[in-house]
Design a protein around this ligand. Structure first.
Ligand code: ZN
Length: 154
């Protein structure tokens, strides 16, 4: 069995995940895809203005890896901007800094990144039911209210 690729730690999910240049017919529109961790890299470096070492630490990657992610995302954005491509932000190999879970009996709890990548929860810690779901932290207003991706069970 191959080693699982290491997951990058992400604090924030982008609220808008699709950008499209004006005036290009859909049939001619090319698309560039950024992963969630690539978006996180420019958020930390270019929006928050952190040093590369701090960014790497926050994302739980080495400095050279962070530099590589940053270079890749900047190249993609330049390509999209100057060549008139749409940008889609989705997917990748990441885990949230904190995940919030809820069981079928209404108990909610939080699981930090360090635990999620080693031992993601399978049971509710309060009532031990396996019917648990992860609540989506993105989409404010409808995320924390109980809608979420069901992990297992009916
Ligand atoms: Zn429970």
């Amino acid at each position: 069995m191959g080693r699982q690729p290491l997951r990058r730690r992400v604090d924030n999910l982008p609220q808008v995940t699709y950008f499209k240049p004006a005036g290009i017919p859909l049939a001619h529109l090319q698309e560039t895809r950024l992963s969630i961790e690539e978006a996180e890299a420019i958020r930390l470096k270019d929006i928050e203005g952190l040093a590369q070492g701090d960014c790497a630490q926050k994302m739980s990657v080495s400095r050279p890896t962070f530099a590589r992610i940053l270079l890749s995302v900047r190249r993609k954005m330049a390509d999209a901007l100057l060549n008139g491509k749409a940008i889609r932000i989705e997917g990748g190999n990441y885990e949230m800094a904190v995940r919030r879970f809820r069981c079928d009996n209404g108990h909610e709890w939080e699981v930090p990144f360090e635990v999620m990548i080693k031992e993601p929860p399978e049971l509710c810690p309060t009532c031990s039911t396996p019917d648990i779901m992860v609540l989506r932290p993105w989409k404010p207003g409808c995320g924390m209210g109980g809608r979420g991706r069901r992990l297992r069970g009916g």
